[in-house]
Design a protein around this ligand. Structure first.
Ligand code: AMP
Ligand code: ZN
Length: 114
């Protein structure tokens, strides 16, 4: 989508600190990190919110989650623990309408979230 921030990052129209890329997935550091690790893992194909997912997306959603676990392992935080979050729509505070997995870790995380 031409007016989507994360599509622009995927298309290299906007710079980001990229930590992983393959044919289907891009991961980059969040510009406003909420912990020592805060990586956004996104599908290269534009999907606005989790509400738009269909069974055709099961593979890519699995890839996002498995990639987050792999990045956590690389960062040495998989044993200590980490959190993955998909904010969806207003009440969850979604601000970028291209689905993205937040991988947050490297510190003790409170629960429940705000
Ligand atoms: P959400 O509120 O779940 O939609 O999350 C959007 C996230 O994108 C926030 O954590 C922002 O800090 C992050 N963000 C916004 N612009 C950029 C950018 N240009 N590069 C990296 N992360 C960004
Ligand atoms: Zn997009």
């Amino acid at each position: 989508m031409s007016d989507c921030l994360f599509c622009k990052i995927i298309n290299r129209e906007i710079a980001a600190s990229i930590v992983y890329e393959d044919d289907r997935v891009l991961a980059f550091n969040d510009i406003n990190p909420q912990g020592p690790t805060h990586v956004l893992v996104v599908p290269k194909r534009h999907i606005a919110t989790l509400n738009e997912l269909t069974s055709d997306d099961d593979q890519i959603v699995g890839e996002l989650i498995r990639r987050s676990a792999a990045i956590a392992k690389e960062r040495g935080i998989s044993e200590g623990g980490f959190r993955v979050v998909f904010n969806t729509n207003r009440d969850a505070g979604q601000t970028v309408f291209h689905i993205h997995l937040h991988l947050i870790g490297g510190r003790s995380l409170g629960w429940p979230p705000g």
